[in-house]
Design a protein around this ligand. Structure first.
Ligand code: CP3
Length: 355
């Protein structure tokens, strides 16, 4: 077990962080322009990322603190984003059980250690988790905190259901039909899997926070494939457990959820510090319905990719709608697309920074 670092982290953990627009917005107290950062801001649209990536696999890059450190800083150096996000992946979470993903060019994640069925998978996950395997993550965070100075650093995890989708399917899928059938056939086994992932995620997030991250984001990309009560019991329920466990550590918790514009009330009932939504949700409407909620979003990354003019128009609409809000963080509605032109990103960042 890694020694847990003794540093206690509060929202404003140092003098310099008092100047953070991002943390101010999380706190509902930002009276200046909106802070801006992008999901997947460290990625393939950046030539400096591609240069490193041509020499290393993604798995090598995230597992090597020097490289993860450098890649995390690349978008901060180029665009001066108002927050950095740790370069890692939500699918590393099973590593303490010796379960690894590879990332295949053009195909996405692929489970390296195959399991025969969910019984076999759960068997592997009942071993006692070895968090020492994450020392590369915590070392990267500590190094980043030294380099970032006043820019806050986000840690993150996937929602247990989103991670379970990949563990069960063993790769990306458009429908994740295997986990859906399993929920019908063996709901108790799926709950068992989700509970283990939840406990591991809580520990990993606590370790990230104790290593120095200033906020955490939980990525719930696939929860919306579940309907009605299933969404509550197999997805929301476990995000709720994570939030409950992390809240006492007193840093902002952002919940990002995709395709959940009809489930905003449910997400708000989780009591996150910030709700991050995709472009199908209306920030304006949510802000009116929930005036004390902090919001993050929600420029369509396809528009950012396709047209600078259209992206600027949409960015202006979003910023106008949120003009008087002290609790708004400008972001995309999902990760930036790998082929997004640099000039489009630059135009949007410059616009938001000019406000
Ligand atoms: O925002 C950030 O850049 C922080 C780091 C981060 C990555 N992935 C880096 C990454 C985070 C927070 C994620 C989250 C993630 N990973 C999610 C949830 C959010 C979402 O995008 O829906 C999911 C479902 C994954 C799983 C995953 N990782 C997939 C499906 C893929 C392949 C698709 C792709 O974009 O290539 C990855 C690989 C991945 N994760 C890359 C990056 C920068 C691309 C790696 C490369 O080839 O260089």
């Amino acid at each position: 077990m890694l020694p847990l670092f003794s540093k206690q982290t509060f929202w404003y953990s140092s003098e310099m962080e008092k100047t953070s627009l991002f943390l101010d917005a999380c706190h509902g107290k930002n009276t200046k322009r909106p802070p801006i950062w992008f999901m997947r801001q460290a990625g393939r649209y950046l030539p400096e990322y591609q240069a490193l990536r041509s020499k290393h696999t993604f798995v090598e890059m995230i597992h090597t603190p020097e490289l993860a450190h450098e890649v995390t800083l690349q978008p901060i150096k180029r665009y001066g984003f108002d927050a950095a996000i740790l370069y890692s992946d939500i699918l590393v979470i099973a590593e303490p059980f010796d379960i690894y993903f590879d990332f295949i060019e053009g195909k996405g994640p692929q489970l390296r250690n195959y399991h025969d069925d969910i019984h076999d998978l759960i068997n592997k996950l009942t071993a006692s988790p070895d968090f020492d395997v994450f020392s590369y993550v915590y070392e990267t965070i500590r190094e980043l905190k030294l380099s970032l100075k006043s820019t806050p650093l986000l840690g993150f995890s996937g929602s247990p259901f989103t991670v379970a989708c990949y563990l069960i399917e063993k790769q990306s899928s458009k429908t994740f039909s295997t986990i859906k059938s399993l929920i019908e056939e063996s709901p108790d086994l799926v709950h068992k899997l989700l509970k283990i992932l939840t406990d591991t995620t809580i520990q990993h997030l606590k370790n990230q926070i104790n290593s120095g991250v200033n906020a955490v984001q939980i990525f719930d990309t696939w929860g919306a494939i579940l309907e009605g009560d299933l969404y509550h019991s197999f997805s929301l329920n476990y995000i709720q457990q994570i939030i409950k466990a992390i809240k006492p550590l007193n840093i902002p918790i952002i919940v990002y959820s995709k395709n959940t514009h009809q489930r905003i009330n449910d997400l708000i009932s989780l009591n996150p510090t910030v709700l991050s939504v995709d472009w199908n949700s209306s920030l304006d409407k949510i802000a009116k319905d929930y005036p004390t909620l902090c919001l993050q979003g929600n420029l369509n990354p396809h528009i950012l990719h396709d047209s600078k003019e259209e992206a600027l128009l949409q960015a202006k609409t979003i910023c106008n709608e949120m003009k008087n809000s002290q609790r708004f963080i400008f972001n995309l509605g999902h990760g930036i697309l790998p082929k997004t032109p640099l000039s489009h990103v630059e135009a949007v960042v410059n616009y938001v920074k000019s406000l």
